[in-house]
Design a binder for this molecule. Structure first.
Ligand code: LLP
Length: 458
């Protein structure tokens, strides 16, 4: 029996501190309220004002399709909620969720900064028109080269995760001689975090992320003693697809205790409190995150500290603004099961295989009848599936399907496994669409392989 559906486990438990819309009495279930980037018209699935069939005809399949309007609506929802909170705030979009240049540009135009975790993401952010001041540099393992690149770009913050990293950053900044590096300490708040999969929890005791809570003050003192760093912030990131409020409120309270103690120890430049990303979106029929309740609660906690609130949402801004468009190649039966085989595979969208994540799958054109199927890809792995034992429209070979909620952690986690060129990315805005990332060609698969490698002896 396949039937793994752990993607549904993250549905918020009912109780105090649950971060969902139903509890707060605001708009209901399903897709984010306000704007559906993928409406159905006369039975056919569109993206905004463009039929998905037209996009498939132009861009081919598999293709990621993103709705600009859906991203704008989510950004607007977050800024409205945070503005109502009354504390100064900054939104640093977590580029790892979807680092397509077109998406970064769109969010920059809306006023977002960016949260990066690598030199490559810094490169992409700058290329999309962000400046250093728009950038927060997170990540558990930064190289000296990446540190230097970030400091040369003049990033707003380097979120430091260990004593070793702090000392190395101090040395790198000393060598560069461009002034002290602006540092926030990423502290592991060591709270209980519920997410659909253990891989997406980061703020629990003993994890690789952040400075262990009981060492935070000592490292803050160390930062104050080093010449080439300036301690300007504290940071946490508790996890991803977090549907509860408690990890944030408990975590913020713990960070503010460190802030108080650090200020008493002489940290008089502390002004940023970065609470990371993680806001959950709707994949199935679970309640959407109540971002208004989130903003109210975190703002109230942060206000007395006088600090500027930083948030690093990724999935919340782009998750439901994207789909993976694929074509059915074959249907077949085996051992009493029925398979729908598509031209997209786990190399294109890894989440179902890697996290047993649930993604809705819909026929793009109306199909007659329904059946229970495994929707699988062409990759030579039994783990190559998008859905198991799923009841859906009875799609036929040649039909298009849309895998929903693929705007975050979709294309960015794609690989060329099985030597499958990576898919195209398409952005839709109103009645127009553009291919913003060309589909890879076979030649791209071997681009880095010299015809005649240079052999060296040592
Ligand atoms: N900030 C930091 C430091 C992070 O590590 C992350 C995500 C975020 C912000 C953004 O989190 P979000 O708002 O998107 O939840 N591949 C997984 C998710 C991994 C998230 C890693 N860190 C998935 O497909 O569910």
């Amino acid at each position: 029996m396949h039937g793994v559906r752990t993607g549904r486990q993250g549905r918020g438990a009912v109780g105090a501190g649950v971060l969902n819309a139903k509890q707060a009495g605001s708009a209901g279930r399903g897709e984010p309220a306000g704007f559906d980037g993928f409406p159905r018209r006369d039975g056919h699935l569109w993206s905004e004002g463009v039929p998905l069939s037209a996009i498939a005809a132009t861009a081919g399949t598999p293709a990621y399709v993103y709705s600009a309007g859906a991203m704008r609506a989510q950004y607007q929802r977050l800024t409205t909620a945070l503005s109502a909170g009354g504390v100064p705030y900054r939104i640093h979009y977590s580029a790892k969720a979807n680092s397509s240049g077109a998406v970064l540009r769109l969010l920059r135009e809306l006023g977002a900064g960016v949260d990066i975790v690598s030199g490559g993401e810094l490169f992409r952010a700058l290329r999309a028109g962000m400046t250093g001041a728009d950038v927060v540099f997170s990540g558990v393992g930064k190289t000296e080269r990446e540190m230097a690149e970030a400091l040369e770009a003049g990033v707003l913050l380097v979120n430091v995760e260990s004593e070793g990293e702090l000392r190395t950053l101090d040395q790198v900044a000393g060598r560069l001689n461009r002034g002290a590096a602006p540092v926030a300490l990423r502290i592991n708040p060591e709270v209980t975090v519920e997410t659909p999969h253990p891989y997406t929890r980061t703020g629990e005791r003993g994890m690789k992320f952040g400075i262990p809570y009981d060492e935070a003050l000592a490292i803050a003192r160390l930062a104050l003693s080093l010449r080439n760093v300036r301690l300007v912030g504290l940071d946490m990131h508790v996890g991803s697809q977090v549907s509860q409020l408690d990890p944030y409120t408990l975590g913020i309270a713990k960070l503010l205790e460190v802030a108080d103690a650090a200020r008493r120890a002489g940290a008089n430049e502390l002004r940023y409190l970065d609470i990371g990303g993680g806001l959950a979106v709707t994949y199935d029929d679970e309640d959407a995150a109540d971002v208004e309740a989130f903003a109210r609660a975190v703002s109230a906690l942060v206000a007395p500290s006088g600090m500027t609130l930083l948030v690093e949402p990724g999935r919340f801004l782009v998750g439901n603004a994207g789909i993976l468009l694929a074509r059915v190649l074959f249907r077949k039966r085996s051992g009493g099961k029925e398979y729908v085989i598509t031209d997209a595979g786990m190399n294109d969208l890894l989440r179902p295989s890697h996290y047993q994540a649930f993604h809705k799958i819909e026929a793009v054109a109306p199909a007659s009848g329904r059946s229970v199927v495994d929707v699988v890809g062409p990759v030579c792995e039994s783990g190559d599936f998008f859905a198991l034992d799923r009841e859906m429209e009875h799609v036929q070979p040649g039909d298009l399907i849309a895998v929903r909620s693929a705007g975050a952690y979709g294309f960015v986690m794609a690989s060329t496994y099985n030597s499958r060129p990576r898919a195209a990315e398409v952005l839709v805005d109103g009645g127009r669409f553009a291919v913003v990332t060309e589909r890879e060609h076979y030649q791209d698969l071997v681009r880095q392989e010299p015809d005649s490698p240079v052999w060296r002896s040592v």
